[in-house]
Structures are given as structure tokens and as C-alpha cells.
Ligand binder design. Sequence first.
Ligand code: LMR
Length: 328
Amino acid sequence: MTAAATAMALSLSATAGFAACDDGEIVVKFAHVTNTDKHPKGIAASLLQERVNNEMNGVMCMEVFPNSTLYNDDQVLEAMLQGDVQFAAPSLSKFEQFTKVFRIFDLPFMFKDIAAVDAFQNSETGQAMKESMTRRGLLGLGFWHNGMKQMSANKPLLVPEDAKGLKFRVQNSDVLKAQMAAMGASPQPMAFSEVYGALQTGVVDGQENTWSNIYGQKFFEVQDGTTETNHGVLDYMLVTSTDWWDSLPEDVRNQLATIVNEVTESRNAAVGEVDDAARQAILDAGGVIRELTPEQRNAWLVAMKPVWDEFEGDVGADNIAAAQSFNA
Ligand code: LMR
């Protein structure tokens, strides 16, 4: 792809897929579900596309399909195994069919902040998780940060009792379903692209997500407010198919791996700024954000933490201890 075509592709890819690759180039389709503006994944995917198309021009050509325009997260991993898409970055909650090791990231209050998440992911235990699905045909190329999750609903949420009896959209994860049940709420698994409509029409009362997703999908517009609970993490695994990866010529694979690693490192280091900008954008647009006192936040911890016991067998007590060591 030429530089001009790349520029055109970047602007087109903000809304939909495109076909601007040259004959003979290895085409890499990257499907994801978020917006590209003020979003850690959207920005990282666009940067990856730009670098691949500039630095590997003539050899490889990346097309990014954001906003669930090609696949949603329930479809994308099967499509990858069929060879219909080469890159995806689903949240760590979306790999339940392939591995249980990522459940540690869904456990509420496991990590005190994104720096602790980063340190755990970069530890030996975390890095080994990238290869936890190779027997199933998927290879993790890197953890991508999004951020800490907040809770929103159609009424103010200050203590866990406020969530009792409400229906909360969750990603399709057993841990997240158990977390909502622990608060006496009813978990409703649903694809990301359907959440805004479900909140708007009252199919669900609330949801949990990061600032960039609450801003990007405009959830704040159809909720009473968002409570800054920072109760869990939502991060991604940039993933590819082992068959496709192994089929690449070695020099091409190495160059792509280098670009992936550099983009991963630089965008993960910048995630705090993106997160803060999305939070501020919600306020600027008139959204309500409620902060908690330490006592109120502790009440959410007390309500949710019993969920750990239920999943310790899947996650491993040693992994939990390793994760906790980064909160010090
Ligand atoms: C969600 O489904 O809420 C998130 O996983 C979406 C995303 O990719 O951030």
C-alpha cells in the first residue's frame, strides 16, 4: 500500500473496512469492536496499521475494521481459526472457550490499578499466558491495556445495596456473572454493540466498563450516572492464529513481531492519558460521575470479593498470590 493509500485507508478505517492492498501483499485483517477516537484499542490498532503499511509496504498490508463492522467478539475467534481474519484484540473476558487462565483478570479488586496489572502481565507468569491457547490454535502477541472498570446504572450507585435487583449487562464471563450475582443483581451477557440500545430501552438497567468505552459508546447518555469504583480491569489480548503466524516467512514474521512489540509498549505506556481524556470527555458532554468515599468503596469490595473463592481452582492460588504481590 502506498503512503497516500495508507492515509486514505486510515481515514476510511474509522468507520468501515476497505480494500486498498496491492497484489502480492500479505493481507492482515484486524477486526475489533470499539471506536477509534479517545480509545486505547482504537488508537493502538490504527497505529499498528499505519506502521505495518508504511514499513512493510509491498510485503504486507493491514486493514483494520473497528466498531464490530466485520465481526463481534463472539464471532471473531472462530473466524480467525477459519482464516477469515488474522488479528483481533478481544478483552480477556472473551476467551472463556479457549482458556480459563485469564479469569484472574476478571476477579473484582484483584489489581489496585493499571500499573499493577502491567507489572503482573509483564512477569514470567503473565507472559506465559500468551501461549495458553496455542493448542487451540490461538497465539497471544501482547496484552493491550484499556483500564479500570466503573459501574453505571439508571439510578445512583453509592453502595452495593443500590445495585440489588437491577439487571446489569456483562461480558460473557462466568466470573463477571458471579460478581453481579454477589451484589444481588442479575447479570445479562450481551455483545458490546448491543449495550447502548439495551440501556436506552431498559432491557438492562446498568453496566460496567472503562471510561473509554463508556465515552465511546455514549453509555453515559442513557444512564443516571457512572460511579468511579475502579473495581476491576478490562484489558485485551492481541491475538492471531498459530497456523497463520507460522506460515509467515521468518523475516516477515520477525519484522511484524518487532512492530507489534513497539506499538504494544508505547500505547500501553500512554494508556493513563487516554483514560483521563475519556473521563474528562464524559464530564464535558454533561455526563455525571460519582466518586466514592473510602468506606463506600470498601463496601463494594466486601460484597464482591467472596467471588474469588469460587474461581480459585481455575485461576490457581499461586497466580493469585503473584498478582497480589504487584499491589504492594
Ligand atoms: C465489552 O464487551 O464491554 C468490551 O470487551 C469491549 C471492548 O473491546 O473494549
